[in-house]
Every structure is written in C-alpha cells, then in structure tokens.
Ligand binder design. Structure first.
Ligand SMILES: [Zn+2]
Length: 130
C-alpha cells in the first residue's frame, strides 16, 4: 500500500502514480493535470492568436486595384495576409477562450479575447483594405 501525497488516501502501490509531489492516487493525478494543463494550452493558443493578429499590421500581400471612373477613385481588393492572419487569430482566440474558461484561468481568457478582437480587426482590414 502507498499513501496519496495530496489527499492522504491509502492506495494500492501498483495504482499510485508518481507526481512532482510524490506518490498520488489516480483521482488527484488527473485533477492536477486537467487544471494547469488546460490553462497553459489555452494561453498557448491565445498567445499564438495574438501573434497572428499582429503580423498583418506589418506585412501586406494582396491585390489592390485603384479604379478611377469620372474622377471618383475606388479602392478594391483583398489583403491576403490580413485575411489569413485574422482568420487564424480568430480561431485560436476562440479555442483559447474556451480552454481558459474551462480551466477558470482569467489571464488566459484575457489574452485569448485579445486574439479574437485582433482577428476581427484583421478580417475587416483584409476585406475592406484600410
Ligand atoms: Zn489522492
């Protein structure tokens, strides 16, 4: 028999799992994995989303047409960097918000929400070219 280092329950040594705190029972082991793991996973997704949402401010690649008809100039086209980065930022941000909320990790939710906001801005830039 072994004693769980977290809840003190007597567990079969064969079923006890090794953790940084020592031997823990299966329940404590998985409870520990679910919480900080989920938070950092969400933070990773949110952080990557913010990066994707920022890059198109510095890079542009797309087709922009300037048409002048009767003295009125119309700009049309798409910015592919903004569309791709914005779409990626929006998706990763949403993943991060969900993961952060599940782990009740508010800093993660904040970062991921920033990625969502940047994603929306970039998609608008990509479609309207401004
Ligand atoms: Zn335990």
């Amino acid at each position: 028999m072994a004693t769980c280092a977290k809840c003190g329950t007597e567990v079969d040594a064969a079923r006890a799992l090794l953790s940084p705190q020592g031997m823990v029972c299966e329940q404590c082991h998985y409870a520990e994995q679910a919480s900080p793991g989920g938070g950092s996973y969400g933070k990773g997704a949110g952080g990557l989303g913010v990066a994707l949402g920022v890059v198109p401010f510095f890079l542009r690649y797309g087709s922009v047409h300037t048409t002048t008809v009767n003295g009125v100039t119309t700009v049309s086209g798409q910015d592919f960097v903004a569309l791709g980065g914005g779409g990626g930022a929006l998706l990763l941000g949403l993943v991060g918000v969900v993961a952060g909320l599940r782990a009740k990790n508010m800093p993660t939710v904040g970062i991921a929400a920033a990625a969502v906001a940047l994603g929306v801005v970039q998609l608008l830039r990509g479609l309207l070219v401004f």
